[in-house]
Design a protein around this ligand. Structure first.
Ligand code: PFF
Length: 451
């Protein structure tokens, strides 16, 4: 599929599901979900997250795809077009901008983490084995302390991402996903099975699913909602951009359901696997962004054939990160080519350069510049906090208001081809529950100002 006008349509319903799952499933599921769960006290975080996926994420996923398909354009043009069609102010176009620029901010640190994965593939293939938790921690700390290495891996990952967007070869990705996404799922299932054999699955299960209301804090609730947004790629134009290539006859509701389910399952599987090993090795669940990087290499080092399984696993995670990263750049590049008439390759590499520059600062914020902090957070954490806990939910709130209250019911109904009763359920959830939930989480967070 090429994103140049006239807009092409996905080759099949499956193609749309695959690329959208490709955007949703990524580091968010395999790296971020376990470490956030560990850092935010386990089950309280998981349960609020699941609730947010059902009441906020899924309804918004449908709303975003709807705007994309209705507007048939990059997120900025789509928002403008749908606003005009519904007699709304052109200011709604700003929402497209927030998404598109927010996506680039996410990419600047997302690709740094993806760079860690590239390093781990390299280390695993070259036979480096970390046999003890101390060695695993040391290895990760050494990587983070070395700005040149971080910048090097980040550059490779970003070039891979921008290369695809520059050539407009998403159809290649579509075909590769058909094989690699199920492979990732299978290897995760295997890791959960392995966790049941050699890890402490019981402890992992209790940690993730025993409800402990005393652990609920404003911070936990806000992070869990933020993660639902992050994991489903919401509020950043990515889903809107992909929705714009969707043909008229595909059901938005059914596809959204499967996308949300697949995304959530991958996160839960990754969490179960990681925690079963974390507890078995006596590691700390709350060790932060390094959790997966300190736990899994240890598991592979002790597993028969672990070098092959490990390399394969990290490769699949890299692929998942790659398809997500592509969806972070595509909306802005689509806007530049469609609106400004800039050549796709120039637009993509130019955007990549800007993101790379910010990425260099992110790499440095982990070592040489780690003393530079705002509200106690370095640039890496700042960007994550700002995008997932503020930009994405606020942009999601605006989308819910737009589709629920500003668009004419007839136009919405036209796109969501559900039987009347089912349509009403979704519409009411979006109009009331989703909006109220996001507002309440912000109010709760503001009135519970824990660290
Ligand atoms: N959902 C992706 C993940 O879980 O890794 C990250 C992401 C992609 C966030 C695209 C936002 C986005 F627009």
């Amino acid at each position: 599929m090429s994103a140049a006008a006239p807009r092409s349509i996905w080759s099949s319903r499956w193609a749309f599901i695959l690329v959208t799952v490709g955007s949703a499933v990524g580091l968010g599921n395999i790296w971020r979900f376990p470490y956030m769960t560990g850092a935010q006290g386990g089950s309280a975080f998981v349960l609020v997250y699941l609730l947010c996926v059902a009441l906020v994420g899924l309804p918004l996923l449908m709303a975003e795809i709807l705007i994309g398909r209705r507007g048939r354009g990059n997120p900025i043009s789509a928002m403008l077009k749908v606003s005009e069609e519904n007699g709304a102010s052109p200011w709604w176009g700003l929402l497209g901008w927030v998404g598109v620029l927010g996506a680039l901010l996410i990419l600047s640190y997302y690709s740094v983490v993806a760079g860690w994965i590239v390093d781990y593939i390299y280390q695993t293939v070259s036979g480096v084995k970390v046999m003890t938790p101390e060695a695993a921690k040391q290895h990760f700390d050494d990587l983070l302390a070395d700005p040149l290495q971080l910048i090097f891996w980040n550059t490779i990952f970003l070039a891979l991402t921008v290369g695809v967007v520059a050539r407009g070869v998403l159809s290649g990705i579509e075909r590769a996903s058909l094989l690699l996404m199920p492979a990732l799922f299978i290897i995760l299932l295997f890791l959960v099975f392995w966790g049941g054999m050699v890890g402490d699955m019981r402890a992992a299960w209790h940690f993730m699913f025993d409800f402990k209301p005393e652990l609920l804090t404003g911070q936990v609730v806000l992070s869990a909602m933020g993660h639902a947004f992050f994991s489903l790629s919401l509020g950043m134009g990515a889903i809107m951009a992909y929705g714009s290539y969707l043909d008229k006859h595909t059901s938005i509701a059914h596809n959204s359901f499967w996308i949300a389910l697949a995304d959530t399952l991958v996160g839960l599987l990754a969490g179960l696997a990681v925690f079963s090993f974390t507890f078995a090795h006596g590691l700390k669940a709350s060790s932060g962004p390094g959790l997966v990087f300190q736990t899994l290499p240890l598991v592979f080092a002790h597993m028969p054939g672990g070098q092959v399984v490990g390399a394969f696993f990290f490769l699949l995670v890299l692929f998942a990160a790659w398809t997500s990263a592509i969806s972070l750049v595509e909306p802005f590049v689509a806007w530049m080519t469609e609106r400004l008439g800039i050549h796709r390759a120039v637009a993509a590499w130019g955007t990549g350069l800007a993101v790379w520059l910010l990425g260099v600062a992110v790499c440095l914020s982990l070592n040489d510049w780690s003393g530079w902090k705002l509200f106690g957070l370095n640039l890496f954490d700042q960007l994550d906090y700002l995008t997932s806990r503020i930009f994405m939910p606020l942009s999601g709130l605006a989308i819910a208001v737009f589709v629920g209250w500003i668009m004419s019911r007839k136009n919405v109904r036209d796109e969501i081809t559900l039987p009347a009763a089912h349509f009403l359920i979704w519409w009411r959830i979006l109009r009331y529950v989703t909006i109220l939930a996001i507002v309440m989480v912000f109010v709760y967070r503001l009135t519970n100002p824990d660290p």
